[in-house]
Design a protein around this ligand. Structure first.
Ligand SMILES: Nc1ncnc2c1ncn2[C@@H]1O[C@H](COP(=O)(O)OP(=O)(O)OP(=O)(O)O)[C@@H](O)[C@H]1O
Length: 703
């Protein structure tokens, strides 16, 4: 048998091993349900075994391994001296008493697979990478690290994986994680990190693999507290949704800021209208019927000063006690004098506990003061007495420290000029106050119609009222677009956990997008987080990277340019008098190649372009002419038409950009939007324009 046949035979044994594990897990579920001593333990054991079986069943039929390590006999190999390990997406057990057939890519020894090079071999003699076509093992590549060989990223198999045409949702990168990415994936759970990465450097990939790694390394802790992944929009979530399940992790919550807030909010808040405009991040949406000042209102609502305004508005409800509290208790009357009540309220405020906790404390302290008098007269202070006295003291507490809902506070601020003026005095200018005031306030807070920005304000107040439990780890993608107030939403959910912040200052497109990571990290509650730059692009080819780097010069952000990993690919910039016709021609040309195709245009032009393409393309390509990106392109239909505002985070083999000048002019950070759009291309980029190219766009000559 030659080497490849031997490896194929091993792969076949691994498949059997995996099947045996699955059968065993299924059997255990059955036995577990029958053998447990009592119903409680039967249920617990059953649940545990079922989740193990589910994890195994979620495993798609991918290759059982992607790499192999052979450690040398030298001291550098430590405990691994002379051993051989296969690396795969998941662990495959050997027979009883035998070592595992495949080691999980997250196990400690796998670190050597990703990081070793001729400079630091980690004791490895030979690193082998396997090439697969679907389930068929097609070849392998050896690097004799002990002889100074180190193909690194120039490995044929690594290059083929990175340059492959893209179809459907995002895939995992476990076979080809690069050393600088692995460092981030395996950063300690306690450490919060911020990854500034140029387009296509693998930020999203790193974030998702970090989630999978942390769940492996800290399973118990994180299965209690949870891991949350926040993405920019539902299309992006759809695009990334398959990665973690493929890695065996099915319990990670992946959502957007709006969905998180709408779900966690009280029923009244879920009536928030997230209009199509707002979902796109286009804040010209109609909030409370007054479209004109919406951009100005959103800018103020997302400003961190709103936190101070809301705090003041909430605590303005706390009143100075007037008069004593008296409670009749049988033939006695107990009395707490006004002076003592004032002390209780003042002391409680000084303690700065959440508002609802403060209220509980005031009740408890008033009851304790009454109790001291009762006890002195020999009363027995049992539970009944305490409950009755608490009830008697409640009208007083309602007057000085009222129970309140977040909706009441926010509606008070947005709906009543006087309340707002008091809370915002010296914080917001009169113009800013006018910008956020409802012109037609609702009759009560219950009938208020909230905007996406209002959800953030409601969450801020909810956070002032009581502390939310939070997550063990939060991963925030496209974080540069978060406002200060949105950062505080994340901070509240990761106060006792850590975060991974992923983003690119050059891709900031919201009016409040960050220009400096330190400010943003401060708002996220992790000012000390390490900021690491990734600069090697694995998506865009060299020609696209050069074009994007040109644009970077005029974007006014301090980020390093991209170096493309790839020499292939091409860019065509074409002036045309007939944009729809030229788009159709470009898509026809693109259909001659493999992979996905996107036509990215200003929002207003999408419908007309889609209609043109539908009219001019063969039937089978038409099925996927959709405005919702990220959906798997089934069959031969491979074309997506999407607005520039939805392109963030996505990638397509062939990208046709229609009219860059219109994309730039459509919004305040239009040039950043264009930068995002241009960097979606994996292989080929067509830029079509009828109007002159926007300022900052390099002249076509020379490319
Ligand atoms: N080590 C790697 N091996 C193979 N493919 C990789 C690697 N790193 C990244 N990629 C691929 O490169 C592409 C870009 O990665 P990803 O989307 O994570 O980048 P990003 O930095 O989030 O990009 P953007 O800022 O543009 O959204 C993806 O297809 C990803 O799978």
């Amino acid at each position: 048998m030659n080497g490849l046949d031997e490896e194929k035979a091993y792969a076949a044994r691994c498949d059997e091993g995996l099947r045996a594990m699955l059968d065993g897990a299924r059997l255990n579920v059955v036995i577990g349900e029958q053998v447990a001593g009592d119903r409680y333990s039967a249920e617990r054991l059953g649940r545990h075994l079922k989740s193990l079986a589910k994890e195994l069943t979620e495993e798609p039929g991918g290759p059982p391994f992607f790499g192999r390590l052979e450690f040398g006999a030298g001291a550098g190999a430590g405990d691994h001296r002379g051993r051989r390990y296969y690396m795969g997406r998941r662990h495959i057990s050997g027979g009883p008493g035998e070592p595992p057939m495949v080691i999980d890519w997250r196990a400690p020894v796998a670190r050597a697979f990703y990081r070793a090079g001729a400079g630091a071999t980690f004791g490895i003699a030979v690193r082998r990478r396997f090439g697969w076509a679907e389930r068929e093992l097609t070849g392998y590549e050896d690097e004799h690290l002990d002889r100074g060989e180190d193909a690194g990223a120039a490995s044929r198999i690594v290059a083929a994986e990175i340059e492959r045409p893209r179809v459907g949702p995002m895939r995992d990168i476990v076979a080809t994680i690069q050393p600088e990415q692995d460092e981030l994936v395996r950063a300690e759970l306690e450490e919060s990190i911020c990854v500034q990465g140029a387009p296509g450097t693998g930020k999203t990939a790193v974030g998702l693999h970090r989630a999978a790694y942390l769940l492996y390394a800290h399973r118990q802790r994180l299965s209690r507290s949870g891991v949350l992944v926040l993405g920019p929009n539902p299309a992006f979530l759809h695009y990334i949704s398959a990665v973690l399940p493929v890695l065996g992790e099915v319990d990670v919550e992946q959502t957007t800021m709006e969905r998180l807030l709408a779900r966690e909010a009280a029923p009244a808040r879920t009536r928030a209208r997230t209009t199509a405009g707002e979902a796109k991040g286009d804040i010209k949406a109609d909030i409370n019927g007054y479209a004109e000042d919406v951009a100005a209102a959103a800018a103020v609502k997302h400003d961190v000063r709103m936190a101070a305004v809301l705090r003041r508005a909430l605590y303005a409800r706390v009143r100075r006690p007037e008069g004593p509290v008296t409670v009749t208790d049988g033939s006695y009357r107990w009395r707490v004098p006004e002076e003592e009540l004032r002390r209780i309220v003042d002391d409680t405020r000084r303690e700065a506990a959440p508002y609802a906790v403060g209220r509980e404390r005031v009740i408890a302290r008033v009851v304790a003061a009454l109790g001291r008098q009762a006890e002195a007269r020999g009363r027995n202070l049992d539970g009944v007495w305490t409950r009755r006295t608490s009830r008697a003291a409640t009208p007083f507490v309602d007057a000085v420290w009222p129970d309140v809902r977040p909706e009441e506070v926010v509606a008070g601020v947005l709906g009543d000029p006087e309340t707002l003026a008091r809370a915002a005095d010296g914080v917001l200018t009169p113009e800013e106050q006018a910008a956020i005031l409802w012109a037609r306030p609702p009759r009560t807070y219950r009938s208020a119609r909230w905007s996406a920005a209002d959800l953030v304000l409601l969450d801020e107040v909810a956070g002032l009222l009581r502390r939310a439990p939070g997550y063990g780890h939060v991963i925030v993608d496209e974080a540069q677009d978060l406002s200060a107030m949105q950062c505080r939403v994340v901070a509240r959910r990761s106060e006792y956990g850590s975060i991974t912040v992923l983003g690119d200052l050059a891709q900031g497109t919201t009016p409040w997008a960050a220009r400096d990571w330190r400010d943003l990290l401060g708002h996220l509650g992790k000012p000390e987080a390490r900021v690491i730059a990734l600069t090697t692009g694995f998506r865009v080819p060299g020609a696209v990277a050069r074009l994007a780097n040109h644009l970077l010069d005029v974007l006014d952000v301090d980020v390093p340019p991209t170096r493309s990993f790839r020499a292939d690919g091409r860019v065509h910039v074409t002036r045309t008098p007939d944009l729809p016709r030229a788009t159709l021609d470009a898509v026809r040309e693109a259909l001659r190649h493999d992979g996905s195709i996107a036509v990215i245009a200003p929002g207003g032009a999408v419908d007309a372009l889609a209609a043109t393409l539908r009219g001019g393309l063969p039937g089978e390509a038409v099925g996927a002419l959709i405005a919702s990106p990220g959906e798997p392109a089934d069959g031969p239909a491979r074309v997506t038409v999407l607005p520039a505002s939805l392109a963030k985070g996505l990638e397509y083999d062939h990208v046709v950009v229609a009219e860059p000048a219109d994309i730039v002019e459509a919004e305040e950070r239009g040039l950043n939007r264009l930068y995002v759009v241009l960097t979606r291309a994996v292989s080929r980029l067509d830029v079509l324009h009828a109007r002159p190219l926007p300022a900052g766009f390099p002249e076509p000559a020379g490319r």
